[in-house]
Design a protein around this ligand. Structure first.
Ligand SMILES: [Zn+2]
Length: 229
C-alpha cells in the first residue's frame, strides 16, 4: 500500500533509504502499528500540512470566483452601472471580511475587474440564465416572435426581439430573446437581423406561427407576412 498524500507532496530524503515504504515503494507490512508509525512520521505530517494549505487556497479561489459572479449579478439585477461599480463592490466585500476576493488579483495586470473580463462574465451569466428558456423554446409546439425598433442612449438603432412559446404543459410564456444593433431601419436589415438571432438561438422556424409588430409597413411587408426561410 502507498500513502497518496506523501506521494503527492514528496519530501526530500534526508537520511536513510531512498526507497521509502508508502512513498517510493509499497508498504507490504499490513499491521496497525506500521500504519500508525507512518501517520506520526515527520514526512507524513509535513505532507498533510501542504495538502491542507493547498486545499484552502483552492477553496479561496473558488469562493472568489463564485463571489465575483454573485456581485456582478447583483449589480445587473439592480441596474447599477456594472463596469464602474464592480471593483468598488468587491472592495466593499473585502472590507466586510471576504478576504478571498484578494485571490482575484493574480498580478499587476490580471485582477479580474477589467472591462473585458466583466463583459465576458456578463456573457456567461446570460448564457446560464438563458439556457433553460432556450431548451423549452426549442421543444415548443408553437412559437411566435415580437419585434420592435428602438435606439440606445446614443442614436444607434436596435432591434428588440421577444418570443412567445408554449411550454411542455401548454402554458403560454413570453420571453426576451435578444437586442441587436442594426445599421439602418430598412426591411431587409430587419429580416437579416431576425434571421441571425433565430439561427443563433436555435429557434424552431418550422413551428414559428406568429409575428407581433407595431404594424409599421417596414415590419410587416407588402404582404403583411415575414418571409420564412
Ligand atoms: Zn503519508
Amino acid at each position: 500500500m502507498f500513502c497518496r498524500v506523501c506521494r503527492k507532496h514528496k519530501q526530500k530524503v534526508v537520511r536513510g533509504t531512498s526507497q521509502r515504504p508508502f512513498i517510493e515503494v509499497p508498504c507490504v507490512r499490513y499491521r496497525q502499528d506500521v500504519l500508525d508509525g507512518h501517520m506520526t512520521s515527520e514526512n507524513h505530517k509535513t505532507s498533510l500540512r501542504i495538502e491542507a494549505s493547498s486545499t484552502r487556497l483552492l477553496t479561496m479561489e473558488h469562493a472568489a470566483i463564485i463571489g465575483g459572479f454573485q456581485c456582478l449579478y447583483w449589480l445587473l439585477k439592480h441596474e447599477v452601472a456594472h463596469h464602474t461599480k464592480y471593483p468598488a463592490l468587491l472592495d466593499l466585500g473585502k472590507m466586510l471580511g471576504c478576504d478571498y476576493f484578494s485571490k482575484l488579483k493574480i498580478d499587476k495586470r490580471t485582477n479580474y475587474t477589467s472591462h473585458y473580463i466583466i463583459d465576458e462574465m456578463v456573457q456567461i451569466l446570460g448564457q446560464v440564465i438563458e439556457e433553460p428558456y432556450l431548451k423549452a423554446i426549442r421543444t415548443s409546439q408553437a412559437v411566435g416572435l415580437e419585434i420592435d425598433e428602438t435606439t440606445d442612449v446614443s442614436v444607434i438603432k436596435q432591434l428588440d426581439i421577444h418570443i412567445r412559446y408554449l411550454d411542455n404543459e401548454g402554458q403560454l410564456c413570453s420571453q426576451f430573446l435578444d437586442m441587436v444593433a442594426i445599421p439602418d431601419g430598412t426591411a431587409d436589415t430587419i429580416v437579416e437581423a431576425v434571421r441571425d438571432v433565430v439561427d443563433k438561438k436555435g429557434i424552431p422556424v418550422n413551428r414559428l406561427y406568429g409575428l407581433g409588430t407595431d404594424g409599421a409597413s417596414v415590419m410587416t411587408g407588402n404582404l403583411h407576412v415575414i418571409e420564412s426561410k
